[in-house]
Design a protein around this ligand. Structure first.
Ligand code: DLZ
Length: 155
């Protein structure tokens, strides 16, 4: 995995067994987003999060991650939200609109709720690039997003 979180475990002095996480999963490209979800869950558990403290929410597509993540973050019991989606470029500019909207939307949710809302969205040119980043040769974006959530809670 690129970035600072290579070991799969985050050094933290917070008690993760008491923290509750929401994972919001987009259904579009489900084969990929389910792999991201598994990576995120495994990573949270490996770092001491209790299975019953991981709440899954599903939205239709990546565009809907913004509102779904806002709803999840508004729940007072939730410490951090992990937003998972996969947008694969097609023949029209739709890709650009969805990617821009969700990146901006998730940023807004972070600011509005003052909670870590992690951008676990793959934006790829083709399906193979997505497979490579959903448990393939370039790691798992879901795992990376989970580690980022824990890092942010340790701020
Ligand atoms: C419409 C659409 C398209 C073309 N591609 C994707 C995609 O690659 N990944 C994804 O998560 N969602 C896609 N969507 C659906 C939109 O995110 C959204 O659900 C619809 O535009 C309805 O708001």
């Amino acid at each position: 995995m690129a970035g600072p979180l290579k070991s799969g475990k985050v050094k933290t002095n917070i008690n993760l067994s008491r923290k509750k996480f929401a994972i919001v999963v987009a259904e579009w490209n489900a084969e990929i987003t389910e792999a991201l979800y598994s990576g995120a869950v495994e990573s949270l558990i490996k770092n001491g999060v209790k299975k019953q403290n991981i709440i899954r929410k599903t939205v239709p597509g990546t565009f809907e991650l913004t509102l779904g993540s806002l709803w999840a973050a508004e729940d007072k019991s939730i410490s951090a939200v992990i937003s998972l989606g996969c947008v694969i470029q097609g023949d029209t500019p739709h890709f650009d609109y969805i990617c821009q909207a969700v990146a901006y939307g998730i940023t807004e949710v972070n600011i509005k709720t003052k909670k870590p809302v992690i951008f676990g969205v793959l934006t790829t040119l083709n399906k193979q690039q997505a497979i490579d980043r959903a448990g393939g040769k370039y790691g798992n974006k879901g795992e990376e997003a989970a580690l980022t959530a824990i890092s942010m809670l340790s701020f």
